[in-house]
Design a protein around this ligand. Structure first.
Ligand SMILES: Cc1ncc(COP(=O)(O)O)c(C=O)c1O
Length: 401
């Protein structure tokens, strides 16, 4: 019971939690009634964490690594991360002063926003996009300025678009490539152009690269770290959840400038003291061990992506583009919604209830996601076919009603 005269502060009341978990809950409820539901809503790999990673955690537990660690992570993991960053981005980072290990990339986003933003600062962020960017920025008191990703611009953002949004109050630009939920991947020119803008206007870039290297058709990954003349303005947010199928382990990291590092570490200290001790050993095994499991998973995602396209092509009345990375397709169903006069969320709930397939409504990823649904292809090819055929059936029925 809430004591009278006590009111929950606006910053908490207005906090937007991830709606993906609500859809999952709904789907589980329907399943409990005996309905077969195909899950294409979930944003996590269906693969098991590779065995050598699990073994490293078990070994650490057996050795008694069950206590607190330094807030920014054990030195061995930070060293492994600095080698990884050198490998992927070709830049030298000091494990002591540039790296902080976090409890998932989500915590990295939160800590970065709390450290960078003052009341009234402006943050330019992707919408639709991963909801934590705007939630964390609003919580920090900043004003959130969305850049709209639509199917008509191939779910991409151009430096010119960002340029128009910059004001004297802008502090941070958020980039996310490969992108959740659109499956789009930024080109080198766009990344370079946005880095130049950030440099000209003295802004930070928070670059969430958690879906790197899940890229298809031989595409390459481009990071602001590849182009910044001053890498201090780039905050890299990354994690192990997607790449190594480690969502439940809750581990990620940040690469930040030497100046920001002590403050971000202070925020992390207040939040969680340190990342989980034995999970850090698992993360070292992920980085230093064989990378074949990652390549295999990426190959499988690409196969599934092709099946998604094949199945969606059979449905009239929807629009989509071929996802270039991550494991999502973002489908324009606005024609159908207009016909039935429903929101994407209402339609998603109908699909679970009446057709036994769960997707994520576009508005779970921001208001500009209205008119879309996200299909996750982190599921088997059989389930992908089954789920999309159920969508096809639903679309056919509502369009001929
Ligand atoms: C774009 C993006 N960033 C960050 C995260 C957070 O990942 P985690 O906290 O599991 O590392 C997610 C998870 O869905 C995501 O899609």
């Amino acid at each position: 019971m809430v004591v009278e005269s006590f009111s929950i502060p606006d910053r908490v009341v207005n906090l937007k939690a991830e709606a993906a978990f609500t859809v999952l809950e709904k789907a589980k409820l329907v399943e409990r009634r005996g309905v077969d539901v195909v899950h294409l809503e979930i944003g996590e790999p269906d693969f098991d964490t590779p065995q050598h990673i699990k073994d490293a955690a078990i070994e650490a537990l057996k050795k008694g690594e069950t206590h607190y660690t330094p807030t920014p992570g054990i030195p061995e993991l930070r060293e492994a991360l600095s080698e990884y960053v050198k490998n992927i981005y070709g830049i030298d980072v000091d494990w002591r002063s540039n790296i902080a290990v976090t409890v998932g990339a989500k915590q990295a986003v939160f800590a970065a926003m709390l450290t960078l933003l003052k009341e009234g600062d402006e943050v330019i962020y992707p919408n639709p996009g991963y909801p934590a960017y705007s939630s964390a920025a609003s919580y920090a008191g900043a004003k959130t300025i969305p850049y709209k990703l639509t199917i008509d611009n191939n779910f991409s953002v151009k430096p010119e678009d960002i340029s128009e949004m910059i004001t004297s109050k802008t502090k941070v630009i958020v980039l996310n490539s490969p992108h959740n939920p659109c499956g789009s991947v930024m080109s080198s020119e766009d990344v370079r152009g946005i880095v130049e803008l950030a440099e000209d206007h003295n802004l930070y870039i928070v670059s969430d690269e958690i879906y790197q290297p899940i890229l298809f058709d031989g595409l390459r990954h481009y990071s602001p770290l590849n182009y910044a003349t001053d890498t201090d303005r780039v905050i890299l947010v990354d994690g192990f959840s997607k790449r190594y199928a480690m969502t439940g382990w809750r581990i990620g990291y940040l690469v930040v400038s030497k100046d920001l590092h002590p403050y971000i570490v202070k925020v992390l200290n207040v939040m969680t003291s340190c990342p989980v001790s034995f999970v850090q050993r698992a993360a070292i095994a992920a980085l230093r061990g064989p990378q074949e499991p990652v390549y295999e998973m990426v190959k499988e995602y690409e196969k599934r992506r092709n099946v998604v396209i094949e199945e969606l092509s059979k449905i009239d009345g929807i629009r989509f583009v071929k996802p270039a990375g991550a494991f999502y397709a973002f489908i324009d169903i606005s024609n159908i919604l207009r016909k039935i006069n429903k929101t994407s969320e209402e339609f998603v709930l109908d699909l679970i209830e009446k057709y036994g397939v769960a997707f994520l409504h576009g508005t779970a990823m921001g208001e500009y996601g209205e008119g879309y649904i996200r299909i996750s292809f982190a599921n088997s090819i059989d389930n992908i076919r089954k789920g999309i055929r159920r969508l096809g059936q639903a679309v056919k029925e509502v369009m001929t009603e």
